[in-house]
Design a protein around this ligand. Sequence first.
Ligand code: NDP
Ligand code: HSE
Length: 437
Amino acid sequence: MKEIGVGLLGLGNVGAGVIKVLADNAAAIEARLGTQVRVRAIAVRSLDKDRLVDVDPALLTTDVDSVIDRDDIDIVCELIGGIDRAKAAVLRAIERRKHVVTANKALLAEHGEELFPAAESGGVDIYYEAAVCGGVPVIRTLREGLASDRIDDFYGIVNGTSNFVLSTMAKTGLDFDEVLADAQARGYAEADPALDVSGKDAAHKLAILIMLCFGTGVDVDEIYVEGIDRLAPADFRFAERIGSVIKPLVIARNTPDGIEARVHPTMIPANWMLADVPGAKNALYVHSYALGASMYYGAGAGMMPTAMAVVSDLIEVARNVRAGVAGSLPLRSYRALVHRPVLDIAGLRSRYYLRFSVPDRPGVLGRLTTILGKHGISIAQVVQDMPEKDGRPVVVVVVTHEAVEGDLREALADIGASAGLGEPVQVIRIMPSAAHA
Ligand code: NDP
Ligand code: HSE
């Protein structure tokens, strides 16, 4: 039986994991596929680097195109990351009629509009299970398992690094930089970890999920994104006090007016299933018409879980190669995407946690609440922590009733412009317990 030839682009965390999974699980893979998957060449940036796995040095090259162009390669596995070089490689693979497996969510979210149609007209597949939720098979689930259902909304923890950082900060009280360095050392973070902490990586994944769930193409830049880098120990302490935890959520709802799409740290009730997603684990909680609520959970980042998803894609595409078919599944879950607007965050209705750091002077609290009231922001709770030393600012936490985000922003702008009301406020949205995610 003809072996399936793979050209591997990248031998970093995930690429090395692919070599390891193919070797460690070779017998099971062959038993499932009926033949072997053979890596015939590997492109890297540096030939001299120490590798996480042993590979025959003769397989390595710095010439990406030479790997793609080899006649004995059926599938190009793009694991170099980033946009420009990866995009050129994927387009070249499509031109050369090679199928593509990639874990590159940034590439697909930013350039899927070009790449998927190119693959479809070129008669090749692009599979990308590892691009969202790492090793958790959410893409296969959404594209195949829920193909008969209508998804109305979903909530997810889709960035392992952010979840690891927030979970660890909440548990240990360690500071942000220390915990992020740990996430990097464990191979969870992107080559540029700013993508993780800024929420951008989650936004890329959210755009892909919206495409798969709603059949809608959205521009990533239209998604409202907030990172996790402004959270402080006081926020975690307060969350605990009100029976909540702070999680880095992606939220999407398909509404008659457009798509609600947002990425931000969110306070969620501690008894929700999503509150119980620790460390670098990911989860996706989906509401659909026929199935109701369902949740998909597991390792969202790291060498072996991610590599497992990549190798499962290699097997699936290898099956298509052997059957001589491509495109039996719509690459984006829907045959054609509809473009719909993303709703402006200013129209969001939510409860809010507001942490102010204000001078310890009489009347300050009254001025804050007066401005909030003037903008129709109704207050549910106020907590004031005494400063550790005289002269230090006081931390004032205000929890609002449901309010319109646009009104809140106007109020906060007024507060910011008022003399003597301290530093910029920390805002965290609070999910209503009725959402049951
Ligand atoms: P790494 O940075 O660890 O590895 C990247 C690899 O690509 C390295 O081997 C590097 O070579 C090689 N490379 C980079 N640029 C070039 C180039 N121009 N030419 C040839 N080789 C190049 O990244 P990861 O393995 O962590 O991630 C790979 C992809 O998987 C990314 O798209 C990432 O977003 C995605 N992903 C990662 C997950 C994770 O947990 N890490 C999870 C899910 C997806 P060299 O080693 O010589 O520098
Ligand atoms: N940096 C990403 C994360 C890798 O932390 O989730 C998985 O996509």
